[in-house]
Design a protein around this ligand. Structure first.
Ligand SMILES: NC(=O)c1ccc[n+]([C@@H]2O[C@H](COP(=O)([O-])OP(=O)(O)OC[C@H]3O[C@@H](n4cnc5c(N)ncnc54)[C@H](O)[C@@H]3O)[C@@H](O)[C@H]2O)c1
Length: 438
């Protein structure tokens, strides 16, 4: 199968490389000339574990190419995937579909021979039909079908998620397109991956429903964590106690500073917008958005209260800035709310993140970045854990304590053991855990 992937970002590049690994002939297109030049040289523009090897293996095998020429790639392919960004539109919170529609218009002019045009970007219900309309209008004789194939990969585990997905959702409405899509994902039959074939609208709604449900689960446990803090309960035990119930499930019950990232914030907003427009308001999702936004803001207050009501003149060490571990993605990261609020309250912030500091440097003026976690702790009056990078769990608390001016930790991801930290002489506060009785 010959595949063109339009957009070579987190999703396009991973999907393109994985489809090449399936044995297809893939070309990843992007309009960012610098990105394509780097990819052609073998440089990976994002941090995603395992992606460099996957890309280089498939490029060497001749199955994966990169280019700027969308028209040429589309003219030669059996299927073209649209994997461009769908960020939040300024002003109203809806998904900005201008990149999708621009790509569709370019594809429309280039189609030659039967082609399946697949939206892999997360797009509001109705977008697939609009893509079909754009193509039909630009080239009435074009032989094509549209399909919706939302992507469920998680940054940081993207390759595993693409190669061994829980399921593949495909919205498709002709036998011919269904055959092409089945052919693309045929290697997954070997591992008996469930294939959920639906109409196009259903596939589009499924993606948003999935993300909104997960965002709701996180927000639910975060509010339970607040209750635990007030009444002397431990949210981890509560999460285990409920998560072992098969109807609830154990995943996504880890409390923290609120969800961020490139998907949940914008997708919950877009779903709420679509639903209001359709006169079927999603009041639970609207509440989740509000509670989560408030939570991210409250986290700086938690640090300030922990420091006795003021952080003015204090040095705050921060561990972790990306929205989650194993990515360099800073989009809508909780750190973007927390760090500026601490600076505004008069603190000096010294931060370390294994992969996010280049991007954070652009987004967080006035922060001093360090080369190691220990350096971020050095001279700090309080250390705040914002992202749970695995390497932070292995830090030597004694060394941290020696380095700090005052041994105080606010652990917004509960990566440390409270008793152990207090036993070592730290003043320690996590999320949703009992405070020592005084
Ligand atoms: N990042 C994730 O974890 C994730 C997971 C599932 C779904 N998604 C969805 O996938 C889509 C893409 O997300 P992403 O994180 O990969 O975005 P991204 O911003 O990393 O990548 C988008 C790429 O598309 C390119 N582009 C835009 N218009 C183009 C055009 N006309 N022609 C060629 N290239 C073009 C941009 O230059 C950019 O490199 C979004 O809809 C997102 O919601 C993302």
């Amino acid at each position: 199968m010959r595949i063109a992937m339009i957009g070579s970002g987190y999703v396009g590049l991973v999907s393109g490389a994985c489809l090449a690994q399936f044995g297809h002939d893939v070309i990843c297109i992007d309009k960012d000339a610098d990105k394509i030049a780097r990819l052609k040289k073998g440089e990976i523009p994002i941090y995603e574990p395992g992606l460099d090897k996957l890309v280089s293996d498939n490029a060497k095998a001749g199955r994966l190419q990169f280019g700027l020429d969308l028209a040429d790639a589309v003219a030669k392919c059996d299927a073209v995937f649209i994997a461009v960004g769908t960020p939040t539109r300024r002003g109203d919170g809806h998904a900005d579909l201008s990149y999708v529609y621009a790509a569709a218009a370019e594809i429309a002019r280039a189609i030659s021979g039967y082609t399946v045009v697949v939206t892999k970007s997360t797009v509001p219900v109705g977008t697939g039909r609009e893509v079909a309309r754009i193509i039909r209008e630009a080239q009435p004789s074009a032989e094509f079908d549209v399909a919706s194939n939302p992507e469920f990969l998680r940054e940081g585990a993207a390759i595993e998620d693409f190669m061994k997905p829980d399921r593949v959702v495909i919205g498709v409405e002709s036998k011919r397109a269904r055959e092409v899509m089945s052919g693309i994902y045929r290697p997954l039959n070997l591992i008996q991956t469930p294939m959920v074939f639906t109409n196009i609208e259903t596939a589009e709604v499924t993606k948003y429903a999935g993300n909104a449900f997960l965002a709701t689960k996180i927000t639910f446990i975060n509010e339970i964590a607040d209750l635990c803090e007030k009444v002397g309960a431990d949210v981890h035990d509560v999460a285990r106690g409920i998560g072992l119930d098969g109807r609830i499930g154990r995943k996504f019950l880890h409390p923290g500073p609120g969800f961020g990232g490139s998907c949940f914030p914008k997708d919950t907003l877009a779903l709420a917008y679509t639903a209001r427009e359709a006169n079927a308001p999603q009041t639970i999702v609207e509440q989740v958005i509000e509670v989560n936004n408030g939570r991210k803001k409250k986290m700086a207050r938690k640090v300030i209260d922990f420091c006795g009501g003021s952080v003015s003149g204090l040095t705050i060490g921060v561990l972790g800035l990306t929205f989650k571990p194993n990515t360099d993605d800073m989009r809508d990261a909780p750190s973007l709310d927390i760090v500026p609020a601490l600076q505004a309250a008069g603190a000096k912030v010294v931060a370390f993140d294994p992969e996010g500091m280049t991007e954070a440097g652009r987004l967080m003026p006035g922060v001093t970045f360090t080369k190691t976690a220990y350096e971020a702790a050095t001279g700090a009056d309080v250390l705040v854990v914002i992202t749970e990078w695995h390497e932070f769990r292995g830090l030597d608390p004694r060394r941290i304590k020696e380095a700090m001016r005052q041994p105080r930790i606010v652990d917004l991801r509960n990566i440390f053991n409270p008793e152990e930290m207090r036993g070592l002489g730290f003043v320690y506060e996590g999320v949703g855990r009992p405070q020592p009785r005084t």
